[in-house]
Design a protein around this ligand. Structure first.
Ligand code: ZN
Length: 213
C-alpha cells in the first residue's frame, strides 16, 4: 500500500548491512528514458514506520482530547449538511418529483385535446413547449438533489466507520500490521529533497474511509 507520488507501487527491498537493518521501499520507474519518476523515492522501512506511527499517535491523542473538533472538520470537508438542511433538501426533492408527475398528466391531456381538435395547433405547441421545458428543468433539479443526498449519506457512513475504528485504539504502543490495515488505505511517498542531514521526505497518509486528513 505504499506508492510514489506518480502512483507506482513501491517495492519492498530487504537489506542487511553489517549489523544494520536497511530494509527499504523504492520505486523502479526512474532508470529508463521515458520513466516518470526523477528518483527512487528510497525510504527506509524504519523511518517510514516512525513517520506513520507519529502521525497515528497524534491523531489518536487529538481525538481523545477533542473529538468534536475532528468530527466538525470531517463533516465540513465532506459537506455534510445538518439534518434540518437535509430535511429541506428532501422536501424540495419531493416537491419537484410531484410537479414533474403533474406535468406528465397535463401534457398528456393537451395531446388528447389536440386529437379531438379542442385546441388550436398553435396554442397546443406553445403550451406543450413551455410545460416540457419546465419538466426538463425539474428533472435536472431532481437528479442534482438525489446526488447530493446520496453522497452525503455515504460520507456520513464513512466518517462513522472511521471514528468507530479509531476509538478502539485509545493507546498506541506499537505499529502492527493489523492496525495499519484497519486505519490506513495507502501511503504516498514524495521524492525526497535535500541530502544527508537535510534530506526531507513528505509522506501522505490516506486513511480508510475518509482519505487524507
Ligand atoms: Zn515512481
Amino acid at each position: 500500500m505504499d506508492f510514489c507520488e506518480n502512483g507506482h507501487k513501491l517495492s519492498f527491498c530487504p537489506q542487511q548491512k553489517d549489523n544494520t537493518n536497511l530494509d527499504h521501499y523504492k520505486c523502479y520507474h526512474y532508470r529508463r528514458a521515458g520513466d516518470t519518476c526523477s528518483g527512487s523515492h528510497y525510504l527506509r522501512k524504519e523511518i517510514l514506520e516512525e513517520l506513520v506511527f507519529g502521525d497515528l499517535q497524534q491523531l489518536i491523542s487529538s481525538i481523545q482530547f477533542n473529538e468534536e473538533e475532528l468530527l466538525t472538520k470531517l463533516k465540513s470537508r465532506f459537506d455534510i449538511r445538518e439534518s434540518k438542511k437535509q430535511d429541506s433538501l428532501r422536501k424540495h426533492l419531493n416537491k419537484a418529483k410531484k410537479r414533474s408527475l403533474e406535468l406528465d398528466t397535463i401534457i398528456q391531456r393537451l395531446y388528447e385535446k389536440q386529437l379531438l381538435s379542442e385546441i388550436s395547433d398553435e396554442r397546443f405547441r406553445k403550451l406543450v413547449d413551455s410545460y416540457e421545458s419546465e419538466q426538463a428543468e425539474l428533472n435536472q433539479q431532481i437528479q442534482k438533489f438525489q446526488e447530493v443526498l446520496i453522497s452525503q449519506t455515504e460520507s456520513a457512513k464513512n466518517i462513522d466507520k472511521f471514528m468507530r475504528t479509531i476509538r478502539q485504539h485509545t493507546k498506541l504502543e506499537n505499529l502492527t500490521t493489523q492496525l495499519v490495515n484497519e486505519l490506513i488505505d495507502k501511503i504516498v511517498i514524495h521524492q525526497p529533497t535535500g541530502r544527508d542531514k537535510n534530506r526531507q521526505v513528505t509522506i501522505e497518509l490516506h486513511y480508510q474511509f475518509i482519505g487524507e486528513l
